[in-house]
Ligand binder design. Structure first.
Ligand code: SF4
Ligand code: SF4
Ligand code: SF4
Length: 380
């Protein structure tokens, strides 16, 4: 059957729709453009799960009403359900096709407040005034059912091959942020000078499409101010040459910060030269700018209790699930460089990872925050 001819009105409407789609694409490209990209590397072999990073961020940025339940920096035990609970099953991100030329958004779920965990209130008054024999510290109000660090140290595997490791997470300041694409107000953009992804709070109307779209579930809804809010990579500190609080306060020297294109810097060397630092869930298609050195682990024990050096304690398929197909190669490189060092040979890679010079982990963001003047009176 012959197709019905389009009316002039329909043709004009189609044309206008195409023009609008083109304009929107151009706007989004402008919003995601940055001249340089700041990035971070986290070594999972050194993280001790102390949560100093989480507290550093909380006391600096999210200790007020509306933000009190937010943890822009989270540290979860892997394997685990994470924060928000089961975030890896919530969708979002892109399906990448034609070698990155096409990114089709994948629909995501909006996590509930319970899946994040509330800002619990505690019975401090009762504990201070009561008898130490009968009162103890406990949350008051609704019984908590989940929280930022709920399944700490539970891990996975079966005895005697149980295992766990810690996974610190912040916003990835992605090269292709789905949050930015999803915002109908064009309120999310990458800062041109450093690629940090921020929410323009004057434009944001709290629609929460960004939260659904982010596959890492790293944007939070502020009920009080009706806004989306997220990690800002401590840009007021970055602008003054100071590393983000979560990185600088880490007692285990786990986190590097620097320009991704600085070929002399440790971030570039770990990611691009040695290729031991990998993005989390690269298949989400957003090109994260936070990278992880995957964890090594003791060898597996066989059923008789003997060491089976051929089988890793942490299954490689689990590390590939988290960090993509390059995880095995990264572990091989790490092991080879560690062996070189044990044999007394020089190893640039292990020298970087040991991080004897902690200030060198942040160059050029290595200034002492206490040596500077801060207009808003906050430093960390
Ligand atoms: Fe502690 Fe550093 Fe790990 Fe954070 S990243 S939990 S501060 S060791
Ligand atoms: Fe946006 Fe999520 Fe990427 Fe952060 S991690 S830039 S919130 S898509
Ligand atoms: Fe918080 Fe700054 Fe770390 Fe982001 S970079 S999680 S804002 S401390």
């Amino acid at each position: 059957m012959a197709e019905k001819a389009k009316t002039a009105e329909e043709i004009a409407k189609e044309k206008r729709q195409k023009e609008l789609a083109k304009e929107l694409q151009a706007t989004k490209e402008r919003l995601r453009y940055s001249k340089r990209q700041i990035a971070s590397v986290v070594d999972l072999n050194k993280c001790i799960g102390c949560q100093t990073c989480s507290i550093a961020c909380k006391t600096l940025w999210t200790d007020d009403e509306g933000r009190d339940y937010m943890w822009w920096n989270t540290v979860n035990t892997q394997p685990g359900s994470g924060t928000p609970k089961d975030w890896e099953k919530m969708g979002g991100g892109y399906k990448v096709r034609f070698e990155g030329k096409v990114r089709e958004p994948i629909k995501g779920k909006l996590p509930t407040r319970d899946e994040f965990g509330e800002a619990w209130k505690f019975n401090y008054e009762e504990v201070h005034k009561g008898s130490s024999q009968t009162t103890y510290l406990k949350p008051i109000g609704k019984e908590p059912e989940w929280g930022m660090n709920w399944d700490e140290d539970q891990g996975g595997g079966v005895f005697p091959n149980a295992f766990y490791f810690y996974l610190p997470r912040i916003c990835n300041h992605c090269t292709y942020p789905t949050c930015l694409d999803a915002c109908p107000r064009n309120a999310i953009y990458k800062r041109q000078e450093d690629g940090i992804v921020v929410v323009d709070e004057k434009r944001c109307k709290g629609y929460r499409f960004c939260i659904e779209a982010c596959p890492y579930k790293k944007i939070y809804f502020n009920r009080k101010d009706v806004l989306g809010q997220k990690c800002i990579f401590c840009y007021p500190r970055i602008e003054k040459g100071v590393a983000p609080a979560c990185a600088r306060q880490c007692p285990a020297r786990v986190r590097w910060v620097g320009w991704l294109d600085d070929v002399q810097g440790p971030v570039h060397k770990l990611v691009k030269k040695w290729k031991v630092a990998l993005p989390l869930h690269p298949e989400y298609g957003t090109e994260p700018n936070v990278f992880y050195v995957p964890p090594l682990a003791p060898p597996r024990l066989d059923t008789t209790g003997k060491i089976d050096i051929l089988k890793p304690r942490i299954p490689l398929r689990y590390l590939e699930y988290l960090f993509g197909p390059e995880a095995g190669k990264a572990l091989t490189t790490l092991k080879a460089e560690m062996a070189k060092r044990r044999n007394g040979q020089p190893s640039e890679l292990t020298e970087i990872l040991i991080a004897k010079d902690w200030k060198g982990m942040f160059k050029p963001f290595d200034k002492d925050p206490l040596s500077l003047t801060w207009t808003r009176g906050k430093k960390g």
